[in-house]
Design a protein around this ligand. Sequence first.
Ligand SMILES: [Zn+2]
Length: 162
Amino acid sequence: MARHTRNVEKIPPRRLRDPLTRSQIMGRIRSKDTRPEMRTRSAVHALGIRFRVHVADLPGKPDLANKARRWAIFVHGCFWHSHDGCQMASKPQSNTGYWYAKLQRNRERDALHQQALRDLGYQVHTVWECATRNEESLRETVAAFFNGPASKSNAPSQLLDR
Ligand SMILES: [Zn+2]
């Protein structure tokens, strides 16, 4: 039986899905221009640093990047990107095999993208969703990334990643 198949991530049939509440589902939908992203942008902007957003021609399509200065920032949702030890990254209690595989793929993809950027000589920084709640500390963290030892050299080993 021919069906329309598109190259998109498969969503399991309803009976196999988690009994998540609507707000849990909404909280886990990936979208662009999320509040964590907007907060990160304004923190970087406040430092007078220029950047582009969702830079499609770089590995992993960084949320913020400057190709001339060779830095990239990812703003990662704690659930989708499995933030270690973070409450917001709590795993669904049912259908664990499905979620484990899916989140593990995200994690592996993140690592590959970040390594690819480093190989290109980029400084890479991850801003976690949970760390954007306090805008003052977010500004400090972002400033540390740009003002830290990494800014003195473009050596890929000198990263301020986390
Ligand atoms: Zn987190």
